[in-house]
Ligand binder design. Sequence first.
Ligand SMILES: Cc1cc2nc3c(=O)[nH]c(=O)nc-3n(C[C@H](O)[C@H](O)[C@H](O)COP(=O)(O)OP(=O)(O)OC[C@H]3O[C@@H](n4cnc5c(N)ncnc54)[C@H](O)[C@@H]3O)c2cc1C
Length: 481
Amino acid sequence: MNARDIEKLREIVGEENARSSPADLYIYGADASVHAARPDLVLVPGKTEEVQAILRYANAKKIPVIPRGAGSGMSGHAVPIDGGIVLDMKRMNRILEIRPQDILCRVQPGVVDDDLNKALKPYGFMYPPAPASSCIATIGGEIANNASGTRSVKYGATRDSVLGMKVVLASGELVKLGANTNVEASGYQLERLMVGSEGTLGVIVEATMKIVPIPKIRCLGIACYNKLADAGHAVSEIIASGCSASMIELMDNVAITAVNETQNLGLPDVEAIILFEAEGRVKDAVQAEIDAIQAACEKHGGFNIETSYDAKERTRIFAGRKKLFSSLSRYKEGYACTSLADDMAVPYSRMADLAGKIHEVAARNNIIMSAYGHCGSGCMHTKILMDVTKKAQWEDARRAVAEIYDYVHSVGGTTSAEHGIGLSKAPAFKKEKADSLELQRAVKRAFDPNNILNPHKLFDAPDDWVTATELRYPVGSVREP
Ligand SMILES: Cc1cc2nc3c(=O)[nH]c(=O)nc-3n(C[C@H](O)[C@H](O)[C@H](O)COP(=O)(O)OP(=O)(O)OC[C@H]3O[C@@H](n4cnc5c(N)ncnc54)[C@H](O)[C@@H]3O)c2cc1C
């Protein structure tokens, strides 16, 4: 990208919305993953026409364009591995329409999830996926990642909320996908193809999303376990017994200790806890679900089970789970919390095995790992806690990640449940989806023949995640032979 390109592109968005200082390029070179690279230019478009003009120019000159929301992705999705333009979509953050009668809203991609929910609340509605990052994550980023969260056990992932969208293709052409209806059978569901596309197929400039009424009554419960595996079996039992839970979250002892030490919440010091929730319009119906969930928890050794309908108490109990990621980063002095092998999904019946496997793999590889997550939707989170300044620890992490994914794939699980693939998970993803990689590449070519949109991600990412980019940490020797 030469000085003339930079000048021309700056003109499209205006000087105040173009950034290229060393500090800006440093910040926009990383996300919440372990990876870092450097873009040539950051552009912050304010309208669709600007996005179209940028892509027209970039496509003609074959300049990489990396769409970006909040940069909260955990696997390097928005890291500009080939340089080029980072397209910060956060200025396009208007809520265009809220239509309760049609249970939908229409938003620009830079709207932050919590802001959308604040705007929906006076109408008595909510946008349900509820990722733990909802205070920063944008709707565009959530669609491009198929984000899910605490309430996905009841309402599904982002894909289940998408009705339609407007997308700028690599050529600069604007296309409208989907419809304003709850059901649609009019040909290929291309709006669904954009879900999980990680910025590789087009730039989402508008989204029509399904919304749901806020339930009148909610009850949150907590169950303690002396054995992590028992908690895993309980999750499977709750699901298989047909309980209508609106949340089932697991936290192991590493997670509990991290939260207690950093937030002083006084969570019970046991091997595992399950947080569960039921919601609805009628208290007796909600209580019936809570009773059924409680029985399933007790069947597998759950004890000291407490429940609460009180909003303040529910927020207090749940606070630890919401801030778990930041708490884990302070679990052990000198250790950083890295997002690696961090959000696999396995069939429910394997949840208990996977939780045990995570701890076994961690112990064998000299690292600390935590097992927690939105287990109600089948998603198990881990984080690898390690001394990121030591080259040997990255080798330990590399082995641990491979062992975890070997297990996950062996039981028919999947590499990512909700955080997406980006760079860190690409080697495991390529193994898992080996049969369909050529098909996926053909789709990419159809949308983006010049390969300008977020190149070298997913199926085209490097085979070794440790050396795929610079690492965000001072590991002087990690690239040495
Ligand atoms: C503390 C913490 C907790 C988290 N908890 C959860 C969780 O519970 N559930 C969950 O699913 N995730 C979670 N995440 C991961 C992350 O927040 C989500 O993946 C989120 O969807 C990313 O949104 P973003 O706006 O930050 O996107 P970014 O990270 O900026 O981008 C993610 C991908 O989307 C693409 N993209 C962004 N905007 C557009 C657009 N307009 N058009 C096309 N492509 C676009 C980018 O190119 C990139 O590939 C968590 C992250 C953190 C840091």
